[in-house]
Ligand binder design. Structure first.
Ligand code: C2O
Ligand code: CU
Ligand code: CU
Length: 512
């Protein structure tokens, strides 16, 4: 358990925006180095040893405009020993280097050799590389609409540890349509990355070596079925506060936690105005009292502090009616409305935001029924699978380039999973509940209700969707614009690593 840490005493850090090393024909070139370093994450904690991009935690933010390309040389300068316990019993990891990395830009439309394929890992200085080809300089075309994306490590079998060690950062694509809306901008637009971590007394990161209830002969270290830590950080500080002016702010929030999801609300009983989701702006602004944020999901919200001059507003994590209201985990960060209003707030809170054509009108070529399944490995540990297949099984999902498909995620496990698909942004069609007990008895899907429309804030572009237990969640996507090998997986990183991740291949039918 972490030492007792005082809340709301450290200022929220503003994350540096990365400057390009040089401009290219149609964009910018960056070099980013993964490094080990120490940083104070709270006033009362000794410095914490971390891994981060350019020695920062979270990594620096990359900003670009739609249509401008970004190339990044992501260099691995990490030491040869991991700072967290690595289970080498999974994925035949005993035969490959312990420290390896590969970067994925989550939510981006990217060619496969720049997508951070889990087996395209490499070691320090590209000395050793995984079985899948990866470019040394990644290219992000940024043809997609404006959105908050995020980059993070994706190396096979240790993604949970590399990300927990600190390898995550944000990436913003802007476009003219969004600018024309005159949303709060510049110092009034603040990206927030929410993460959970546990600390030892000496300030070092704590990540369990084995599950708590270990009785038998598990490998040591052994992967956990899930891990929710006991302390919440925003932009790399534990329970920080931010001084704000009495006006509107735009917060672009990503949940970069391994397992933990958040139920965000404001203790001032004021709403959030949600304007965007994973893939950018929604059609219309939503006034919403609470927002659920599963791992990897993003929300774009406007909060209006104009009626709270001199006051404090806490961003809470609602733990439910039975929770102790003073529970540490019930708090995310605080806003102190103590700054004077510098100038009149002329930013807008528009009702209409963007056009989102429905994919339902497309010609749907394939419907895939994909089960989210729980099983056990040879040690009796939970082994979660997608459609009963392991990572190593042959590729079964092969959408044609440009085809529109419906993926029905049939969750027969006892809990929800945030399912993420690379390359594309999808739309959520519906969630339909079924009788899980009946299914477990005879394998029949008996619906217990009609399909439910997605929640209002699920109706924009998404790349990660919650597939609740005992429901079929249907998503629709057009598989374009690139062919090749990508992955889809549960974004609970402990699940992704073992073994809730599968490859898929987009094929060009003209080439087969
Ligand atoms: Cu954010 Cu494949 O992941
Ligand atoms: Cu992704
Ligand atoms: Cu999962």
């Amino acid at each position: 358990m972490s030492p007792k840490i005082e809340k709301f005493v450290d200022r929220l850090p503003m994350i540096e925006i990365l400057k390009p090393d040089r401009k290219t024909k149609n964009g910018a070139y960056y070099e980013v180095s993964m490094e080990e370093f120490r940083k104070k994450l709270h006033r009362d904690l000794p410095p914490t040893k971390l891994w981060g991009y350019n020695g920062q935690f979270p990594g620096p933010t990359i900003e670009t405009n739609r249509g401008e390309s970004v190339s990044v040389k992501w260099t691995n300068n990490l030491p040869n020993r991991h700072i967290l316990p690595v289970d080498r019993s999974i994925h035949h990891l005993e035969h490959i280097p312990v420290v390896r990395s590969v970067v994925h830009l989550h939510g981006s439309e990217t060619k496969p050799d720049s997508d951070g394929y889990p087996e395209a890992w490499y070691t320090r200085g590209f000395a050793e590389t995984g079985p899948t080809f990866s470019r040394e300089v990644y290219e992000y075309p940024n043809h997609q609409r404006a959105a908050l994306l995020w980059y993070h490590d994706h190396a096979m079998g240790i993604t949970r540890l590399n990300v927990y060690a600190g390898l995550a950062g944000m990436y913003v694509i802007r476009d003219r349509k969004e600018k024309a809306l005159q949303l709060p901008a510049d110092e009034y637009e603040i990206p927030l990355m929410i993460l959970d971590r546990t600390f030892n007394q000496d300030g070092s990161l704590f990540y369990p070596e084995q599950p708590d209830d270990t009785t038998d002969d598990l490998p040591n270290p052994s992967i956990l079925p899930a891990y929710a830590a006991d302390t919440i950080l925003v932009n790399g500080k534990v329970w920080p506060y931010l001084e704000v002016e009495p006006r509107k702010y735009r917060f672009r929030i990503v949940n970069g936690s391994n397992t933990r999801s958040y139920q965000m609300k404001l203790d001032s009983d004021q709403p959030f105005y949600q304007i965007g989701s994973d893939g950018g702006l929604l059609r219309k602004t939503l006034e919403i009292p609470q927002i659920r944020l599963q791992p990897a999901e993003r929300v774009d919200v406007i909060i209006d502090f104009s009626h709270f001059r001199g006051g404090q507003v806490t961003l809470k994590n609602d733990l439910g009616p039975d929770a102790d209201p003073s529970a540490d985990l019930g708090n995310i960060m605080q806003f102190h409305v103590t700054k004077p209003l510098k100038k009149e707030d002329t930013s807008k809170l528009p009702q209409n935001l963007s056009q989102i054509p429905s994919l339902k009108e497309n010609n749907i070529t394939t419907i895939r029924n994909l089960k989210l399944v729980g099983s056990e490995d040879e040690y009796g540990r939970p082994l979660l699978l997608l459609d009963n297949k392991k990572w190593d099984d042959p590729i079964t999902e092969k959408p044609h380039l440009g085809a529109t498909e419906i993926w029905s995620l049939i969750n027969i496990t006892g809990f929800g999973h945030p399912i993420h698909i690379h390359l594309i942004q999808f739309q959520v069609l519906d969630h339909q509940p079924f009788d899980l007990e009946r299914y477990n008895n005879d394998g029949q899907i008996l619906f217990t209700g009609p399909p439910q429309a997605p929640a209002p804030n699920e109706r924009g572009w998404k790349d990660t969707v919650t597939a609740p237990s005992a429901q079929i969640t249907r998503v629709i996507a057009k598989f374009a614009p690139y062919t090749g090998d990508f992955v889809w997986h549960c974004h609970i990183l402990e699940h992704e690593d073992y073994d809730m991740m599968r490859p898929f291949t987009v094929i060009d039918p003209k080439e087969v």
